[in-house]
Design a protein around this ligand. Structure first.
Ligand code: ATP
Length: 376
């Protein structure tokens, strides 16, 4: 076993040196591996949830670039507008059916109305398809200078429970209780995936970020499971870090995490990954993510619907584009993935006139898209 995992890690490290990227990996963990098939004309059908706010604008960019790059994907419009069954938020059956058939989907940002009493649609999707791991790579972009250089962070966030379980009640007026749920089943799934991911990308350290000093039982169980699984992944060195130490370390010197994959409960992952995005690029507009389940996986930008710039042709489509690149790698379409990734990165590297406003540039969503198409 030891020799086997070490050999895979070595092979993957070599591959990554060639590809020069851990933003999108072409070697995939065995858990959650894509098993979808093309139709008789050789194309995959992929549901596309365009989302709210800037969603339609950045989705158009992805569709235009995929079409110019002749990617063998036929998009299927997918409406996940919430419906309510027995007081619970659910997504329409045709959307569930389409995603279950395709085993993969691309998703723009969905806004959650504040104070309307229904569960976040993002969470509903994650629960519906049991998307237990949320992979969030944050990597500096070549030739684009932000506050920190050479940032290359990978964070895997538990995606279905923890502080996002949606279990809250009023104990007595003025006193509410929110329950953070940690189960062995969900923790084991995400931690096992994180071990496998570390092997796949050739990173020898797995760091469990936690706060078990305070949340002794909940985070304690999370850490305990990581320790229990360690013997199955002897090529990976397991470390545990208290959340506040991680925050301090990562802003002091992000390169300390260059050879590591971090894994953590849901809320810590949400916050830490935005921090990582800020360190790598100073904008949320660059960070992709993958929601991995045993069968279905859904790829989406980390950012929200950006209502402040919606409909103004200002949004940076890079995060959704790089999420689509992660999706292509997941589907085994590596050549298309690297072609699009290279075109996107070289567009950003070309200078301020081809960058969108969030990166200090003057490009619009559509002029950025045209530039990427020219570089394909
Ligand atoms: P939501 O409630 O949907 O999460 P939000 O406004 O709270 O929306 P984000 O949508 O993530 O959170 O936006 C945070 C900030 O980042 C905003 O100033 C927004 O304009 C900016 N931003 C987010 N996505 C992009 C993007 N793709 N391009 C440019 N700026 C973006």
């Amino acid at each position: 076993m030891l020799r086997n995992t070490a050999a895979i890690a070595q092979k993957n490290t070599t591959l990554l040196k060639i590809l020069g990227s851990t933003r999108s990996i072409s070697n995939q963990p065995t858990i959650g591996r894509f098993t979808g098939k093309t139709n008789s004309s050789g194309t995959y059908t992929v549901p596309f949830i365009e989302g709210d706010g800037v969603g339609p604008e950045i989705s158009k960019s992805v569709k235009d670039i995929f079409s110019a790059a002749n990617v063998p994907i036929q998009w299927q419009p997918c409406d996940v507008g919430p419906i309510f069954v027995n007081g619970l938020t659910t997504i329409p059956e045709p959307a569930v059916k389409a995603i279950k058939e395709s085993l993969v989907a691309l998703k723009g940002p969905l806004a959650t109305p504040v104070g309307k009493g229904h569960r976040s649609l993002n969470l509903t999707l994650r629960k519906t398809f049991d998307l237990f791991a949320n992979v969030r790579p944050a990597k500096s972009v070549p030739n684009y200078k932000s506050t920190y250089e050479n940032v290359d962070l990978v964070l895997i966030r538990e995606n279905t429970e923890g502080e996002y379980s949606g279990i809250e009640h009023i104990v007595t007026p003025g006193v509410v209780q929110s329950i953070k749920l940690i189960t062995r089943e969900a923790s084991e799934k995400v931690i096992r995936y994180a071990y496998e991911y570390a092997i796949a990308v050739g990173r020898p350290r797995l760091i469990v970020v936690h706060k078990s000093t305070i949340q002794r039982l909940g985070d304690g169980l999370f850490v305990q499971i990581a320790n229990e699984l360690q013997s199955e992944y002897p090529s990976i060195k397991l470390e545990t870090q208290i959340l506040d130490n991680t925050v301090l370390n990562v802003v002091s010197n992000p390169t300390l995490y260059k050879d590591a994959v971090s894994v953590c409960p849901n809320l810590y992952g949400d916050i830490l990954s935005d921090l990582n995005s800020g360190l790598s690029a100073g904008s949320l507009g660059l960070t992709p993510s993958a929601n991995i389940g045993d069968k279905v996986s859904i790829f989406e930008a980390v950012h929200g619907s950006a209502p402040d710039i919606a409909g103004q042709n200002k949004a940076n489509p890079t995060a959704l584009l790089l999420s689509s690149v992660m999706m292509l790698n997941h589907m085994g379409l590596e050549e298309h993935a690297s072609r699009i990734e290279n075109a996107v990165l070289s567009t950003i590297a070309s200078g301020p006139e081809s960058r969108t406003g969030d990166l200090g540039g003057s490009a619009t969503t559509s002029s950025f898209t045209e530039c990427v198409i020219k570089k394909l």
